[in-house]
Design a protein around this ligand. Structure first.
Ligand SMILES: *Cc1c(COP(=O)(O)O)cnc(C)c1O
Length: 375
């Protein structure tokens, strides 16, 4: 039996009757664009996150682009991004003619290094884009402080950590995505809250930015056929909203399954000295979008191949840091060393992580890893 990296089908089977009837209901009503499910999902997401505004859009990449358009960032403006993340974070910066300024990440949390942000601010800097990588928070309290001191926007890329909560030093808590000026997420099927196609959303606590975000997603119009600004066309599908309404009710249970599975991996692999287990920070819950370990002494690729030979899938998120991607070579800037990002690209390996993992599957995966290191 092959062990896959994901099991979307297994998860679907558990909610099949609910999802099928919700989709059929949309088909019956034929309200495919901006149907009532879109509004009610946005409302339910607002309630879940305690967010003032949630605005659906077509995907997570669009969400980031729309945020930057709504904040009126202009060509030449500098936007600080981590060098170790999915390309979409920096891609939209480039697409809008803005300058991605790459900073390093911490070697244990893989999240944006706060000291580097300070060192990378110039008079052209307009925004910081922290990514809550693999399911836990970047150091938001420190990032918000820097942003406030320098009058910068914060756009949270929360594609990987929906449902995770951040605790401030005064004890108050907020869901990730609702702390910055604007938060963005993706409902890509493999994300923690995934729909059955493409989808995304934007969060904000500001009425002004919410209105601008809505305009940008709808061709820059507030009143139909009166276009005040240049926008785009980016909508959350009614069918996807109907699926998300059902899956949102299970999100906490899904986050918990992922967290429990991560604890089992950590326990089963604790005596393997060649591996560094994921680190959990104390000021954030971890919703384990990925279970990403570091493999010491150059064993990463051969361990991955060995697991593949045993029909066990594993993945390298991400094999190249953004500063070394061709697409960003000529358009990005950096004022700091990116050593940690480059080292992680050569050492990280992610194990199967989803809501359908069983202890038995995890034992099989971990036994194979132990056999590799005993050879
Ligand atoms: C998935 C992802 C995105 C993009 O989301 P799409 O819906 O695929 O466009 C952006 N940033 C990060 C960190 C992601 O993981």
């Amino acid at each position: 039996m092959k062990i896959p990296i994901l099991d979307i089908k297994g998860q679907y089977k558990r909610i099949k009757s609910e999802v099928d009837s919700a989709i059929l209901n949309v088909l019956e009503n034929t309200n495919f664009i901006n149907g009532p499910e879109v509004k009610s999902f946005e409302k339910e997401m607002c309630d879940y996150l305690s967010s003032k505004h949630v605005i659906g859009c077509a995907n997570g990449t669009d969400a980031l682009q729309i945020a930057m358009m709504a904040l009126e960032l202009k060509p030449g403006d500098e936007v600080i991004v981590p060098a170790f993340t999915y390309a979409a974070t920096a891609e939209v910066v480039g697409l809008l003619g803005l300058v991605p300024v790459m900073v390093d990440v911490y070697p244990d949390t893989f999240n944006i290094k706060v000291e580097d942000i300070e060192k990378s601010i110039t008079e052209r800097t307009k925004a910081i884009v922290p990514v809550h990588l693999f399911g836990q928070a970047a150091d938001m309290e420190a990032i918000m402080k820097i942003a406030n001191n320098h009058n910068l926007f914060v756009i949270e890329d929360n594609a990987q950590a929906i449902g995770a909560k951040y605790t401030f030093s005064d004890g108050s808590q907020k869901y990730l995505g609702t702390i910055g000026t604007i938060g963005c997420t993706s409902f890509f099927p493999t994300k923690n809250l995934g729909c059955y196609g493409d989808g995304g959303a934007i969060f904000t606590q500001s009425d002004l930015y919410a209105q601008r975000v809505r305009m940008v997603t709808d061709h820059g119009q507030k009143n139909k056929y009166y276009h005040d600004i240049i926008g785009c066309n980016s909508r959350l599908d009614t069918i996807q909203a109907a699926v998300l309404q059902i899956k949102l009710k299970h999100l906490d249970e899904y986050s918990n399954s992922r967290y429990q599975a991560a604890q089992i991996y950590k326990e089963l692999l604790k005596e393997v000295d060649e591996l560094i287990m994921p680190f959990e920070v104390s000021n954030s819950t971890h919703v384990y979008h990925q279970f990403t370990m570091q493999v010491k002494s150059g064993h990463r690729d051969s361990l991955k191949d060995y697991l593949a030979s045993k029909d066990i899938a594993s993945m390298t998120y991400y094999p190249v840091s953004l500063n070394n991607q061709k697409a960003f070579k000529d358009i990005s800037k950096t004022f700091v060393s990116l050593d940690n990002s480059e080292a992680l690209a050569n050492s990280v390996l992610s194990l199967p992580m989803h809501t359908e993992l069983t202890r038995e599957i995890q034992i099989e995966i971990c036994n194979a890893i132990k056999e590799y290191f005993k050879q």
